[in-house]
Design a protein around this ligand. Structure first.
Ligand SMILES: [Zn+2]
Length: 74
């Protein structure tokens, strides 16, 4: 099981989740939607190549992680 993607958080999360709930709820809704959309696109076989879909997901994932870091004042 992976751990929460938020910096300094060691909570174990389900493999389909990026973060624990307390951190995920800090992520702006628009960013959450992009993360989910790109994660689903990654699991699907289209569009683009697997590497390109993964890169797109990682950009959205970073935006989500950054939003948590900022809202916790670090
Ligand atoms: Zn967390």
């Amino acid at each position: 099981m992976p751990s929460c993607a938020a910096p300094g958080c060691a909570r174990v999360v389900d493999s389909t989740r990026l973060m624990c709930w307390p951190h995920w709820r800090q992520v702006p809704r628009a960013v959450q939607q992009v993360v989910w959309r790109r994660w689903r696109a990654y699991l699907a076989s289209t569009p683009a190549t697997e590497a390109e879909r993964w890169a797109a997901y990682m950009v959205a994932r970073k935006a989500a992680v950054d939003s948590v870091t900022e809202s916790s004042g670090q």
